[in-house]
Design a protein around this ligand. Structure first.
Ligand SMILES: [Zn+2]
Length: 64
């Protein structure tokens, strides 16, 4: 397998979908290639976490 260069749909930057990642995707049975670069994926994940934290903060306080 070879590294692939894909274009991020979020920031339009090129990013590398490495052979190792392709193998990982195949192992997991994912049929689609990643649409976002790593930075955008991390940002999105953090955004989701922030939203969840904001939602929960009204009801309960998580121990730090
Ligand atoms: Zn991106």
């Amino acid at each position: 397998m070879e590294d692939k260069t894909l274009v991020c749909r979020a920031c339009s930057q090129e990013f590398v979908f490495t052979a190792g990642e392709q193998e990982f995707y195949q192992m997991k049975g994912f049929e689609n290639e990643p649409k976002d670069c790593k930075d955008c994926r991390i940002a999105k994940k953090q955004e989701r976490r922030n939203q969840r934290m904001n939602r929960n903060s009204d009801q309960q306080e998580e121990p730090t």
